[in-house]
Write a protein that binds this ligand. Sequence first.
Ligand code: TXA
Ligand code: MG
Length: 331
Amino acid sequence: MNTLLHSIDSQRPDESILQQAVTLLLQGRLVAFPTETVYGLGAHALDADAVQRIFEAKGRPSTNPIIVHVAEISQAQELTTDWPESAKKLAAHDWPGPLTLVLPRREIVPDIVTAGGPTVAVRIPSHPVALALLKAAGIPIAAPSANRSEQLSPTTAQHVLDSLDGRIDMILDGGPTQVGLESTVLNLATSPPQLLRPGGITPQQIEAIIGPIQRHRESSDEILPSPGLLRRHYAPRTPLRLSQHPIEDIHRLLQQGLKVGWLSLNDSTVESDSVETILMPAEPELYANRLYSVLHEMDQKDLDILIVSSLPETEDWLAIRDRLQRASANP
Ligand code: TXA
Ligand code: MG
């Protein structure tokens, strides 16, 4: 299959390009598009054959359900049998935006979208291209991150191309994404609601709107009810290790003759041709925005190991710690 790559104005998306994408989606084909979090790989959510193609293109296990993207709250309600007060409040406060809500599903949602489960995950993305595409298509769009299964999520169209060229029909290139980490996933089908995946919207922000939720336990090995919580996920190809004492660790690795990449958080240096250092921003929003891009870049350099300086324990770093802990888990 030939993958079409189209640049699209991220503020005022070009109508004719959108129409080409809509035509493909309505034919059951796959279109990757930017959202504010990461690029998504979209298919007509109510067309089981189309969604099946997502699983094939990604090599995704059929046990992992997919988020359905919509343009309007009323469309989300058409996919769910219950729209509790908590959904009303969160949708009013955070949509469009990087928050995914899990609710009891209606029959019209194909089994393949929900991995056969009783719930469906929905969100309204805020990226102008994603919103324009959803509005022009007039259908719900199922879209996981546009990468091969278990690989890093894409934050640029080039990342999508590197991972899925020849396996999907079209990529809309709207430039780099803003948030840089996947959405927060919150299960509203349980009482209390349960955080399934931390993201840009923090537990504190959610609790300020709907009261106490069950928080996600960091670095636990228990089996959790969302497959995205499989321990190893979001991983670069290069082995990655979080380190409290990066400089000592790097010296030890250099003595073993290894080539080391370092995501540093302060400006100390290790003088060696065998170390590639990137000074990361000390501010969580900026760090998240750069993280996947830096990991993609480091993966091109033929390094033996990536050392990531450990991060502050505060809640604004929660989603970043979560992704890096998963990336550092042994396969
Ligand atoms: O920011 C995002 O959420 C991006 C953009 C494209 O929207 N999408 C994304 O999709 O990250 P994906 O497939 O890579 O991750 C979706 C996560 C997975 O952890 C999946 O298990 C969980 O959401 N999920 C989807 N439907 C679910 C459901 N019905 N119940 C529980 N978890 C669900
Ligand atoms: Mg993903």
